[in-house]
Design a binder for this molecule. Sequence first.
Ligand SMILES: [Zn+2]
Length: 488
Amino acid sequence: MPFLNRFQTRLSALLLPLLMRGTMALSSGLSAAHRALVWLDGQHPQLAQGAHALRQWLLRHPKTISATLATVLVAGGGGAFAIANLGPDIADQPVVSISTPVEVANLADQAQAIDQLNLNLIRTDLTRTSDTPESLLRRMGVVDTQAAAFLRSNPLAKQALQRSGRTVSAEVNGQQQLRQLSVRWLRNETDTAFQRLVIERTAQGLQATQTSAVLSTSVRMTGGTVASSLYAAADEARLPDAVISQLTDIFSSQIDFHRTLRKGARFSVVYEVLEADGEPIRTGRVLSAEFNNDNKLYQAVWFQENGQKGNYYALDGKSLRRAYLAAPVAFSRKTSGMGMRLHPIFQTLQKHNGVDYAAPIGTPAMAVGDGVVDFAGVQGGFGNVVIVRHGANHSTVYAHLSRINVRKGQAIQKGQAVGAVGTTGWSTGPHLHFEFRVNGVHVDPQSVIQQAQSTPVSPAAMARFNASVKYAQSQLQAAAQMRDTSEQ
Ligand SMILES: [Zn+2]
């Protein structure tokens, strides 16, 4: 039947380009997903296995991808025919059934043919300390002794690949040969430009070129709800640790994350990511954030007055930088896992005057405000203790220290480590005993800290500040919506 033959030829002619385009799209999609996983891998090493599994699967099954696509296209084509048959007067039409034999074997052959074409795959990975040129190339699906020898001998390549954790992308042809390899890195964490080494196969063989280019900035927004811990919620939201530590730092004068963070607390955060050729290379600054904890809403927006250093402000324009920190121990992945411990020895002997922060021995004990050291040494049940005077009638006590870093009379700054957490004196385990004294009497630190004055945005900058608040509010709203949608 000439009609059927023609039909079959036309169908094949139609399917082949679709199949090729589909395969390209799918492989570039998969490689983008893989790049994202590799970045996450850098932020959260526990996800490394997932990225590894995907990479291995991609390496093993390029044919499966094409063949699966062929099946989808054939099924999709059938679907399209079925829909075309559904007219409004379908019930009045006589049913005509046409069955066309389609040689599926042909499609499988075509899928295989595509695999053998120059289907260049781009693979991205991070350098490891244990890497040799061969092991790095092998991980990226390259089997190319010439390329390995080049990486081993070229000074630029050697220098670019000597450090671990650098992002490497390789373009690999169907014969597992290297077509192009690029490495991107920062010389310093604060750089605004990145270094890029490109190794290319040319008619004269492999060639390496190193250039430098400006990082681009993109804005990310995300959020989470605290179910067990802030870090678990942050991992769930795929928030890099660098962003969580900025977040806890921004609110460090408002929220004592060790003691007052409640289950169900919700947060949203908008932050910058610096990218090198579209690949995230490091996290930037938090632009705005909000915390809804214990029915209280805390909001922050980054704002820079003309000619001054930038600062975080509440949305009413009051600076979030206060005279005191809410807690003398930084909130970190390490300290957040420690349960709060009571103080059995003191409690049975007398009323416990103070706040205890359980933390590993050696964790810095930070002065909560600027001041002068009043006492540094051993004092009875306190063990190693530092007492800091702040102004006329405020003082703070840091007890059970394993180490003392300061001496009497020394001027210290807010956040400076006066010593390290220990378990000296009457203590049952590693923790920092902290007291905030007003006229020599211990009071709830929160009550003092919240009363402390802060500098607001200057009247001259208020109009500009309000505009940035409006923008921040819409971004935070979007971040909260994303959080709520993903948690449903
Ligand atoms: Zn205590």
